[in-house]
Design a protein around this ligand. Sequence first.
Ligand SMILES: [Fe+2]
Length: 572
Amino acid sequence: MSGSTRTPTVLGLCSFTHDSAAALISGGSLTGMAEEERLSGVKHTRDYPAVAVRWLLNDAAISAADVDIVAYNFDRNRYLGGIAGSVPYLLSPVTRSRALPRAASFAVVHQRFRGRMQKLREAFPNARVLGTVHHKAHGLYAYAASGFDEAAVLVVDSLGETCTTSIAAASRIGDRVRYRAAETISDPASLGYAYGAVTGHLGWRRGDEEGTVMALAALGDPARFRDLLAQAIPLTWTGFALDPSLLPLRVLRSGWPRVTPAFTAATCPARDPAEEITQVHADLAAALQERTEQVIAHLARRARSITGAKRLCVAGGVAMNCVGIGKVIGDVLFEEVYVPPAPGDSGTAIGAALAAYRDATGVLAGGPAGSCYLGPSYPSFIPEAPPGMSARQVTQPARFLAAQLAEGKIAGLFQGRLEAGPRALGNRSILASPLVPDVAARLNAAVKFREPFRPFAPVVLADRAADYFDLAQPSPFMSVAVPVTGLAQDTIPAVVHANGTARVQTLDPEHNPFLADVIGCFLALTGIPVLINTSLNVKGKPISGTPLMALECLAASGLDGLMLDGGWWVSK
Ligand SMILES: [Fe+2]
């Protein structure tokens, strides 16, 4: 920091692991955040987020030399605990064979860190490069985004250094924040690891397709494997454990199976991704999901009892389990439960920056509260129609788009700033009418190519949400699955999952005026204030963060048209 009164410029990074992202605090506020995959096109990229960083610096009109602090989303020294913590596993015949490989893998990660931090020092010559305790980055971001005064913060993920689960108490007086870790659970007890392990066993990519397993769970009977999952993930007084005879000790390298032969023998052979999905797969998914919900509920109760807080923030990859979050809300332990728009690791780019800024200044930077549209925008982009298509500027674009949707067209919407987090929330979305017969099949055939049991999510005007969804609180970021009403069952069954729920986005017009306008016009035409809202991408690709990616998505899919800023309509 050169001037005595200038606030530090802090770049937060999630990098070198998965879902790379960058965030910038400049002038005392968060100026933006972007997930690299949305700009580079490489899904879940682990690369240094070069494009996102370049955009952030350009946007703030600064250079790399102006960055005072680079805040990384892991703390190197904490990996050492994984080495020492492996020793006791030598004593048990069940874990003995993995104890030393586990210790060695923590040592490798610790060692690798040095080179990565050195590269960051070279890229930002005037900056201090600081590590951040991973769960603090998750938790501080969730708390800052919530806008709550006082809250319990529950972080549940796969692994942050050696920690897998944590509960903190957070409160603020003015812009000063108190964030106190109250309780932590360490690896190998990891709910994210367990869910990923079974996801992989069922033939989907862990760290990516857990949501597919969650959706499949609604078609299964949890009773068949209920006892097995209770044995695999036993509850403890303060949380839970994993049984290594079923879910073996983690080694931080590929090539180490995540379920044991005993688990396979008790369930089913590992499913090949191309293999048919049968009842046994649905039943295993159901038991896993049920157990996960029980563990999350147990942790939420624990968070309530040790912090006494009336509000809860949840972050970490497991917070993306919208069915589990729905159950926590249904338990009514808390007046409100908040999941930030980017609960997974990409959000720790913001959290690391917030933590470093707070350590340097004593205060919480402004900006994250309630914000999800944090990425780049392209307001002056003029699209060139791909071959065989036409581009034109329409007047009254909201009314035009609503009419297209009411006619049964499937349309992309690219407007404003890119969303943070896994959900498209109306700025990089595909919209469709829930009233069109076989709309899910059409969406799947046109663009999504998803398993037929996976539902599409609805977006509803917030003031009409209660007519269609049994909601105890707003769901602006699609982070909760809620039961639907009889009216929804009757009028918009396309967005209702097999278990009678929907992962709804409730839309406050202030947060996205254009999308609210589109839904308002659709309501006028059809009587229904609900649209299907899914992300603007084809299967296997990240959400289209740039207009060129959006146009590629249009060209490569069965989308009928794409609406861009300025009322540009590109259609086939
Ligand atoms: Fe994490």
